[in-house]
Design a protein. Structure first.
Length: 368
């Protein structure tokens, strides 16, 4: 197929089954039906429905570019239709991520998360869509750094001439709402300075330095910052391209062998290890967790999504999952104490201000 193709993941939690743990099949059916219609009408080239915990991802290919109003409007209307199904079955928190009354232009800032990239499809273009639950967009900082900047993770950074010039990272400051481009290896340390604080700085896109090829895109919405009140964590998604002058599929998956700590989990207020899961196990249970990530692998074929392959359905990740359970046992024993519970600055974006307000009168100045 000549021309460009856009890969869009637009995701939302529009009701949990049971509690905040999974998505009811009726909601998935609603999404499937609508997506099939959009494909038949020519809006979409192809689609798949993905899920992680209580979040549904509409994985779509089309030729409308990023931020395309018809695609975003379609996703928004799909989440509305799913919300109706959620209400019918009294699913928990029906419509929880749809923060606006009405659609205006695109879904950014309205609740759903979005990761999109417009690409020139390569002769063979493997992509991996990562979907996470019970965590936040900054959760992608660690693996993206490992994949595209760490030669101890990605042998290609040392061995493949197309990669030795490195990669550039577009980093967003979620608080000050500004963006900086940092290029590795030159800005290696500066990049770590920022992305090591994943609740504030998040990697939005990654580009290959020799030709500016787009390699990765993430969702960066933070619902708590959007809504001005606690509405849960943002359960992010990410698209990564692989192979042939980019990190290999195995190099893209490798960082998840280490169940690194993320924030999210119970009430969006705890640190915990990110567990790489097969589709079958991508629904959090224990203490509403631990946070999960699942990986949908596709080969693109003229915009068709050939797949998915369930990339974490492999005993090679068993040790990561076992370690995750071990860390879970340990960190859970801290109960409401930091660093299991998030620090106070992070709690500012949750229910902390309300609780503080209630006790305000009982404070008096401390005697020196
Ligand atoms: C975290 C999450 C859950 C809920 C928890 C309380 O992102 O979705 O851990 O925060 O189950 O939920 P509510 O307040 O709805 O009872
Ligand atoms: Mg939920
Ligand atoms: Mg969720």
């Amino acid at each position: 197929m000549a021309g460009k193709i856009t890969i869009s993941i637009i995701k939302a939690d529009v009701g949990g089954f049971v509690g905040h743990g999974d998505v009811h099949p009726a909601l998935i059916e609603t999404a499937e039906e609508r997506l099939a219609g959009a494909k038949a009408d020519g809006l979409l080239v192809d689609y798949r429905v993905g899920k992680a915990g209580d979040d549904t991802s509409l994985i779509m290919t089309h030729d409308k570019g990023v931020d395309a109003e018809p695609v975003h409007k379609f996703a928004w209307d799909t989440f509305l239709a799913m919300t109706e199904a959620a209400k019918k079955y009294k699913q928990y928190g029906a419509g929880q991520d749809l923060l606006s009354e009405a659609f205006s232009g695109n879904v950014r800032g309205m609740g759903p998360g979005v990761a999109e990239m417009e690409i020139e499809e390569r002769p063979s273009d493997p992509i991996i869509c990562f979907l996470a639950d019970k965590t936040e967009p900054g959760a992608w900082n660690y693996p993206l750094f490992k994949i595209f900047a760490d030669p101890f993770n990605t042998a290609g950074l040392v061995i493949d001439p197309k990669m030795t010039d490195g990669f550039s990272f577009e980093v967003q400051d979620l608080i000050k709402k500004r963006t900086v481009m940092l290029s590795c290896p030159a800005d290696y340390y500066a990049l770590l300075m920022f992305i090591g604080a994943p609740s504030r700085f998040v990697i939005k896109h990654v580009f290959r330095n020799i030709d500016d090829l787009i390699c990765a895109a993430t969702s960066t919405q933070r619902l708590s910052l959007l809504a001005g009140r606690y509405v849960g964590k943002d359960d992010p998604v990410m698209i990564v391209r692989a192979q042939s002058g980019l990190p290999a599929v195995g190099e893209v998956l490798e960082p998840f062998a280490m169940p690194y700590l993320v924030s999210g989990w119970m009430r969006g207020s705890h640190h915990g290890p990110l567990m790489p899961c097969s589709f079958r196990y991508s629904h959090p249970t224990r203490f509403d967790g631990p946070p999960r990530v699942t990986a949908y692998g596709f080969q693109l074929a003229d915009g068709q999504l050939v797949g998915p392959r369930d990339m974490f359905d492999d005993p090679a990740f068993d040790r990561a999952r076992a370690k995750c359970n071990e860390v879970t046992d340990y960190i859970r024993r801290h109960g409401p104490f930091e660093p299991h519970r998030l620090g106070l600055d992070e709690m500012e974006y949750t229910t902390m201000p309300k609780l503080m307000e209630r006790l305000e009168d009982r404070f008096s100045p401390t005697e020196e």
